[in-house]
Design a protein around this ligand. Sequence first.
Ligand SMILES: [Zn+2]
Length: 97
Amino acid sequence: MVRIKLMAGHPSIVIMGLICLAAFAALAVAGPWWAWLLAPLGIGAQLLNEYNLHRYVFHLKPPRRQWAFDLLYQAHYGHHDFPTNTRLFFVPIVLPP
Ligand SMILES: [Zn+2]
């Protein structure tokens, strides 16, 4: 429960949730009815995309160059070392030097 609370309160999740709400509102107001049938397809495609990104990019063999390792650590490895550190939940928009 603590982890779900941490995730749900993360600014990235809040922003993505608001964007989703805006997209559903726009679809409800201006979209054709059949577009709703594509939503499950989009959700499935995004889940597959997330899995493949995680599996094949974020878990690459650790790079030898320090800067590349630091980049991948900040982007994802660190999340596994410190799972409750909210700064390591998602890839930051701007990586620290
Ligand atoms: Zn991972």
